[in-house]
Design a protein around this ligand. Structure first.
Ligand SMILES: Nc1ncnc2c1ncn2[C@@H]1O[C@H](COP(=O)(O)OP(=O)(O)OP(=O)(O)O)[C@@H](O)[C@H]1O
Ligand SMILES: [Mg+2]
Length: 232
């Protein structure tokens, strides 16, 4: 589904990502772990086209490296960015509609809206309220729901648990597990390795822009890589 080949991201003299090879198979959930500054968000930015990069990004076998961000979204990518960015001045309902802006199947949009409001009932209560007035956890739920409203083939989640209470984190990862069970392909960036590994098929550990480990969560057990690179 997704293939990164020799991906490089630089900011001036700072090399944030160095020649990264990474794949996410259809229906797979891949966790991208690593310490602060490892290059995780830069990788996500390069996939979406919001951050300039070198190397190749393939989606479903097609090279999308040269496409602008909007065209990549139209090809089935969706992102819930770091820091749960929602349209603060728009209502919850309008944020849902923004997520579905490229869709023409109105009945499907209605069904999906209902599905995600059932999943996160608090968003139903706040439906007509500006998104900026939601709590941090509520904004995270909205950011994920909004990304899903485009019916993506591949969902990118950048630190869905950041700054949230443990109970909400568990709830959000339960939901991520359901998304995977429904067949969605996911690439999830996380600091909370334990949560991310609950449903991960494979794990990449990134540090200073380079891959330090690729394998299954079981492969990772019994190594000291987690304590060395992720601290947990
Ligand atoms: N716009 C930018 N200009 C200059 N340097 C940047 C920029 N964005 C990121 N960097 C640097 O690139 C490196 C990788 O940053 P990135 O945001 O990808 O890390 P990360 O793995 O997502 O970290 P975190 O876990 O803290 O979110 C860092 O050293 C960061 O300081
Ligand atoms: Mg980041």
């Amino acid at each position: 589904m997704l293939s990164l080949e020799k991906l490089q991201v630089s900011y001036g003299a700072v090399q944030a990502v160095r020649s990264l090879d990474l794949t996410v198979g259809e229906g797979e959930l891949v966790a991208l772990l690593g310490p602060n500054g490892a290059g995780k968000s830069s990788t996500i930015g390069a996939i979406t086209g919001l951050v300039p990069s070198k190397g190749r990004v393939l989606l479903g076998g097609t090279d999308i490296s040269m496409l602008p961000a909007e065209s990549r979204i139209a090809k089935g990518l969706a992102i819930s960015p770091e820091g749960r960015r929602v349209f603060a001045n728009l209502t919850v309902g309008e944020n849902f509609r923004m997520g579905a802006a490229l869709r023409r199947d109105r009945a499907g949009v209605r069904d999906d809206t209902e599905r995600f409001l059932d999943m996160f009932p608090v968003l139903r209560e706040r439906f007509a309220q500006p998104a900026g007035t939601l709590s941090g956890g509520e904004q995270q739920m909205l950011a994920i729901a909004r990304a899903l409203m485009s019916r993506p083939r591949l969902l990118l989640l950048d630190e869905p648990s950041l700054g949230l209470a443990p109970l909400i984190v568990t709830k959000i990862f339960d939901f991520i597990g359901e998304l995977k069970a429904s067949g969605l392909t996911l690439l999830v960036v996380e600091q909370n390795a334990a949560q991310a590994m609950r449903f991960a098929d494979r794990v990449y550990i990134l540090s200073t822009g380079e891959v330090r480990f690729v394998g299954t969560p079981a492969d990772l057990e019994g190594t000291d890589l987690m304590s060395v690179y992720v601290g947990g």
